[in-house]
Design a protein around this ligand. Structure first.
Ligand code: XIL
Length: 357
C-alpha cells in the first residue's frame, strides 16, 4: 500500500503549500498586495473596540472607508462646528495598520443635518457653506485621506440620465441651477484646492452596467477631463440585489471609463441574499453569491485602471442591508456573523490571487 502513503504525503504537502481547499493560506490583503490592488471595506468606529472585528479588519484589508462618520450629519453637526473625532479614530486605526483611507462623502442629498436642510439658506449662503465644508473636511485630512468621493449619487433614479434635484443643484442650489453639472465641477475644484494630492472621485449607485445613468456619467467625466476639471476617478458602488449581475456589461463599463484616463474603484460592494427570520440565507445562494464576488473582482482585475475593490462592511454581523431591506435580505458580505470566511471570501481571494490578466 505504498501508493497510499504517497498520496497522503502529497496531500499534506499541498496543504502546507496552500493549495488546500478551505485552508486559510493567504489573506485578502496579501493576495491584493501581490496584485497591486487595494482591497477595502467600510468601517463603523464603534465596532473597532470588538477584538474580532479589529483583528479581521487589520489582517484582511489594506484600505478603509468611514461608512457614515464623514457624512455631514456626523462631521458637521452645527453650522459653525465640525466633529472629526470618529473620522479620526478610523484614520488612526488605518495608519497603525498601514492601510489607506478613502473619504466618503462631501456632497450628497442624504444624511444631512437639520440645520442645513431646514435652514432656508439663499444660494449665496449655500455656496459659502458648501465651500467651507469641503475645504475644512478635505483640509483636515490632507495627506491622510488619499481619495475622496467628492459627489455621491447626483444622477436621478427615476429619470434616466437626468441630474437629481437636490439642495446643492437647484433647491435652491449653490447658484448654478440650470447649468447642468457645473455645480459638481465647482465641488471638485474646491476639493482640489484643499488637497491637490488627493484623488477625487465621482461615486454612483446603479451605474455599474452600461445604462442611461452610466452613459450620462460617462459624458460628464469625458467633458471634465477634456476641460481639465480635477476628477481622477469614478466609484461604482456595486450593491447587488436578487443575485443578478450582468458582468459582461460591468466589464464594458469599467473599460470605457478607464479609457478616459480615470481610475475606477468598486466602492460599496455587497451581494444581498434573501434570508429567513433568523437571518439565515439558503445554502445554495451562498455559492451563487461567491460566483458574483469572483466575477466582479475578475472584471476589475482585468482592467489596469480598476484599482480598488471595496466591500460595504465585511461581516454579516454588521451590514446596512438588514435594516435597509426590513430584514428580508442579508448575509451580503464575505464573512459570516462569527467572522468565519464564507465561499464569497474564498472566491474573492482566489480572484485577487490570480492577479491581473
Ligand atoms: C449607508 C450606510 O451603510 C448606513 O449605515 C446608513 O444608515 C445609510 O447609508 N450608498 C452610499 C452609502 O453611498 O453612503 C450608503 O451607506 C449606502 C448607499
Amino acid at each position: 500500500m505504498k501508493w497510499r502513503a504517497l498520496v497522503f504525503v502529497l496531500a499534506a504537502a499541498a496543504l502546507c503549500l496552500g493549495f488546500g481547499g478551505g485552508a486559510r493560506e493567504q489573506s485578502l490583503r496579501a493576495a491584493a498586495q501581490a496584485s497591486g490592488m487595494l482591497i477595502g471595506t467600510a468601517v463603523r468606529p464603534a465596532d473597532l473596540s470588538e477584538s474580532a472585528y479589529a483583528s479581521t479588519l487589520a489582517r484582511e484589508f489594506n484600505m478603509l472607508e468611514p461608512e457614515d462618520v464623514l457624512k455631514w450629519e456626523v462631521v458637521h453637526p452645527e453650522r459653525q462646528s465640525f466633529d472629526f473625532s470618529q473620522g479620526d479614530q478610523i484614520v488612526d486605526f488605518a495608519s497603525r495598520h498601514g492601510m489607506k483611507v478613502r473619504g466618503h462623502t462631501l456632497v450628497w442629498h442624504q444624511q444631512n443635518p437639520k440645520w442645513l436642510m431646514g435652514g432656508n439658506y439663499t444660494s449665496g449662503e449655500l455656496a459659502q457653506i458648501l465651500e467651507k465644508h469641503i475645504k475644512t473636511v478635505v483640509g483636515h485630512y490632507r495627506g491622510k485621506i488619499f481619495a475622496w468621493d467628492v459627489v455621491n449619487e447626483a444622477f436621478d433614479e427615476l429619470q434616466p440620465g437626468k441630474l437629481r434635484s437636490t439642495i446643492w443643484r437647484d433647491q435652491p442650489g449653490i447658484g448654478l441651477a440650470g447649468n447642468g453639472s457645473s455645480y459638481i465641477e465647482r465641488c471638485f475644484r474646491w476639493a482640489h484646492e484643499a488637497d491637490p494630492q488627493a484623488l477625487l472621485f465621482y461615486n454612483e449607485a446603479g451605474a455599474e452596467v452600461v445604462n442611461p445613468k452610466s452613459d450620462a456619467i460617462y459624458a460628464m467625466v469625458r467633458d471634465f477631463r477634456q476641460r481639465g476639471v480635477p476628477l481622477d476617478g469614478v466609484g461604482l458602488q456595486m450593491h447587488i440585489e436578487n443575485l443578478r449581475a450582468d458582468v459582461a456589461s460591468i466589464s464594458a463599463n469599467i473599460k470605457r471609463f478607464t479609457a478616459l484616463g480615470v481610475q475606477v474603484h468598486i466602492t460599496e460592494m455587497d451581494v444581498a441574499l434573501p434570508v429567513d427570520q433568523s437571518g439565515n440565507p439558503r445554502p445554495e445562494d451562498l455559492q451563487k453569491q461567491a460566483d458574483i464576488y469572483r466575477e466582479v473582482a475578475t472584471a476589475c482585475l482585468s482592467q489596469p485602471g480598476c484599482r480598488a475593490i471595496q466591500t460595504w462592511g465585511f461581516t454579516d454581523k454588521y451590514s446596512w442591508i438588514g435594516s435597509h431591506s426590513k430584514h428580508t435580505q442579508g448575509a451580503a458580505l464575505p464573512f459570516d456573523r462569527n467572522y468565519g470566511a464564507k465561499s464569497a471570501y474564498e472566491a474573492l481571494r482566489n480572484a485577487l490571487a490570480a492577479r491581473r490578466r
